[in-house]
Design a protein around this ligand. Structure first.
Ligand code: ADP
Ligand code: ZN
Ligand code: ZN
Length: 731
């Protein structure tokens, strides 16, 4: 008989410990195997972290341990799910991020292999299930149900697995509003691209490739202005590494950029590329995951979680657009792909390349200090000048005509020119939906989310009010919920409203929209990008999604409709983020043989982030922002960790977090300060109070152990939950 320790997926800190089971069966079972066990009267999949032979009888064992021990129902795997390196990595990540090991395993494994709370979920899907409208009515439906009905109506049919809430879908099925349609499943097909004709590298590119290959430092920052040909450098180094018989992991910041990068790699290394990102279906992911672990491909391209790809013998890890915040997971274990990349690189003794036109301050500072190697591509490939930019002061009446209150006279004039010359334009507004928020003109009430208190956004496409934080949805009944007045006004504007404005001003122009609402329906993002690249539209309106990575040669004008969104957010990173976004957006213009132009509309025309972004002057921005961070003692001058307590009893939550804060300060750690407790941005959600402290320090090692002890000591407190976020993105 074996005594087996099993981890089970539980969010609560109190349950962040292994549970003991016995196994009398004959199948081999070891660390890293998944097992089926009964937990709280449910069959769940657990993950084995320890196995010991047990000589005692069950009765004796239970007597010694003081509780009843159940038997493992079945052993699922016939070999461990993770190899030794990944197992070690999971422990290292859990330890560094002071997070439950189970949360790291959840982040690492494709969903079909995860230890799940629900019972067996196999990847044996043989068909796609679509949802169609059967009875097109909204009568008697809740707002959430209506939201889904309107999505299906606009798309024709959607994949069942794209419906975020199975329970809402089930209600619609019960009410006979929707029905299913089964279509034979097409597993991921990576198109066979013709092997490409390699480009001759420019001198700058050659120099960069050589210096990256020759450095003995693990990490290189590859800084290159937009359009300087970083991708070609990635491909060229990859080729050299593959020729040495070692493998390559290529990370891109967003799903929308994977197809393009996959195409580049597939063309160069045909057949040898696997893809991992969250838009793949569970079955596709499972296939790719198995293909990688069997060693059948030597290049993996994917978004953040691909950093955990079961690729062996890694020689090179590349993070494109390394400054992008999507590399940081915003839920437990709050890992950053860059840090995990460095952990894996240490293990394999491989190289890490961080590419960006606007490196994060942390990365640039490390490169300047010599912690990272530095390589650069200072010029655009075609020697094309950077786009000419104009900053338009939105607070000045003379900037606008009666034609439009959103598009300045200058922007309208330039858009006209683009349309006449049959070129293309991109309009950036970093807010989706139609308008920012809705106020009552009678009583001044702002319509807010009942769960989290954030102003709701009006979405014209499906005529609903939505919370961009928690997903709460309300019908747009055009009355003030406070005083009943009909006089509501919509302030601020988002992508949908910009599309309307373009239609109004240029009825003949063909317009496409790209934001995460568009991404609700699978493959829509890729389709939109492709359609715009194929010149099927004249103007692309979108959020930050359009600012990154894409290479649209016919775009000669980029308009940032309102550059200020983001600048005012309460985060020490908001200025850096605004600078990066505008710089990236401006860089989309004039990439081929035509000179590009950018127009930045703003209420802060003299703000350094906006002025320097318009000039694409990263170095000056870096110096200025570093001096701001130094005064305020924010990263990269210090490190941060936040600790959050969540619970239903406000007094209890505040008492516990205050005590933790005071206790840390009493420890006399060098150069350490505790800020707060404060209410985070979302302070109350779904009947739970959130309070947070922020710990600033210079040396992480000591505080890491201390935080682990704090979490251990909180395990007895079942009324509260706790989350630690090391290097939080916002604060
Ligand atoms: P970045 O990622 O630095 O913004 P890209 O990698 O998208 O730049 O390259 C910009 C453009 O230059 C692309 O259209 C690419 O095909 C082209 N390009 C890159 N390297 C070369 C080269 N050596 N010769 C010719 N064209 C190149
Ligand atoms: Zn009112
Ligand atoms: Zn909400």
């Amino acid at each position: 008989m074996k005594l087996v320790e099993v981890l089970i997926e539980r969010k609560a800190n109190t349950l962040n410990r292994p549970f003991s089971y016995i196994y009398k069966g004959t199948k081999p079972v070891d660390i890293g195997y998944r097992v089926l066990v009964s937990f709280a009267h449910k069959n769940v999949i657990g993950y084995v972290i320890n196995v010991n032979d047990e000589k005692r009888s069950v009765e004796q064992l239970e007597k010694d341990m003081g509780f009843r021990i159940e038997e493992i129902i079945d052993v699922i795997d016939d070999k461990p799910l993770l190899n030794t390196e990944l197992m070690q990595l999971s422990n290292e990540v859990a330890s560094h991020y002071v997070s439950p090991l189970i949360s790291v395993l959840q982040a690492m494994l494709p969903s079909s292999l995860k230890p799940a709370t629900s019972a067996m979920r196999g990847p044996k899907i043989a068909y796609d299930v679509f949802v169609k409208l059967k009875n097109d009515t909204e009568e008697g439906l809740t707002p959430k149900q209506i939201e889904l009905v309107r999505l299906i109506r606009s798309a024709g049919k959607i994949l069942k697995k794209d419906c975020k809430s199975p329970s809402i879908l089930q209600k619609l099925v019960d009410k006979k509003i929707v029905e299913f349609e089964k279509v034979e499943k097409i597993r991921l097909e990576i198109p066979e691209y013709k092997k490409e004709h390699k480009k001759a590298l420019t001198d700058d590119q050659k120099k960069a490739v050589e210096s990256i290959l020759n450095t003995d430092k693990t990490v290189t920052l590859l800084q290159g202005v937009t359009g300087s040909g970083k991708t070609e450098v990635y491909l060229s180094i990859s080729e050299k590494i593959l020729a040495q018989g070692r493998n390559v992991l290529m990370l891109v910041p967003e799903i929308s950029l994977t197809p393009i990068m996959v195409e580049y790699f597939q063309r160069r290394f045909s057949g040898d590329v696997a893809i991992l990102h969250s838009e793949l279906t569970p079955a596709e992911k499972y296939d790719e995951y198995r293909r990688i672990s069997r060693g059948e491909c030597h290049v993996v391209v994917g978004a953040r979680s691909a950093i955990f790809a079961p690729l062996d013998n890694i020689g090179l890890i590349i993070l494109d657009e390394e400054h992008t915040e999507s590399y940081k997971q915003d839920s437990l274990p709050f890992y950053h792909a860059r840090e995990v990349a460095i952990m894996r690189a240490k293990h394999f003794n491989s190289k890490v390349v961080l590419g960006s036109a606007t490196p994060s301050l942390e990365t640039k500072a490390r490169a300047l200090k010599g912690v990272y190697h530095y390589a650069e591509l200072p010029n655009r490939i075609n020697k094309q000048e950077l786009p000419k930019t104009a900053i338009i002061d939105m607070s000045k009446a003379y900037s606008f005509s009666r034609e439009s209150s959103m598009f300045s006279k200058y922007l309208i004039e330039q858009l006209k020119g683009v349309l006449e010359r049959k070129e293309q334009a991109i309009l950036l507004i970093n807010r989706r939906g139609h308008s920012g928020y809705i106020t009552c003109r009678s009583c001044g009430h702002i319509i807010k989310c009942p769960n989290c208190g954030i102003a709701l956004t009006y979405h014209r496409d499906d005529n609903l009010l939505k919370c961009h934080h928690c997903g709460h949805v309300e019908l747009n009944d055009e009355h003030c919920p406070e005083c009943g007045s009909k006089y509501l006004s919509r302030s601020g504007f988002g992508t949908e409203r910009i599309v309307d404005e373009v239609h109004k001003l240029f009825p003949e122009a063909r317009v496409l929209r790209l934001d995460s609402d568009v991404g609700e329906v699978r493959n829509n993002i890729a389709k939109t990008v492709e359609a715009f690249a194929n010149l099927e539209a004249d103007i692309l309106v979108g959020t930050q999604m359009i600012a990154k990575g894409h290479d649209f040669p016919n775009v000669t004008l980029v308009g940032v409709v309102l550059a200020d969104i983001g600048l005012s957010l309460p985060s020490f990173r908001s200025t850096e983020r605004a600078f990066q976004l505008i710089t990236q957006a401006v860089g989309r213009s004039g990439r081929a043989d035509k000179v590009g132009q950018a127009i930045i509309q703003t209420f802060n025309p003299y703000h350094y982030a906006i002025v320097l972004a318009s000039k694409q002057n990263y170095e000056a921005f870096f110096r200025k922002e570093m001096s701001v961070r130094k005064v305020a003692q924010y990263p990269p001058y210090t490190y941060l960790t936040s600790l959050e307590i969540i619970g239903k009893n406000k007094d209890n939550v505040e008492e516990i977090i205050s005590k933790i804060g005071r206790d840390i300060e009493k420890q006399n750690f060098e150069n350490l300060t505790v800020l707060g407790p404060v209410e985070p941005y979302i302070a109350y959600e779904n009947n739970n109070y959130h309070r947070i402290i922020l710990i600033k320090y210079k040396n992480y090692d000591k505080i890491n152990q201390y935080l682990k002890d704090v979490l251990e000591s909180l395990k007895s407190k079942s009324q509260i939950n706790v989350k630690v976020n090391v290097d939080p993105y916002d604060f």
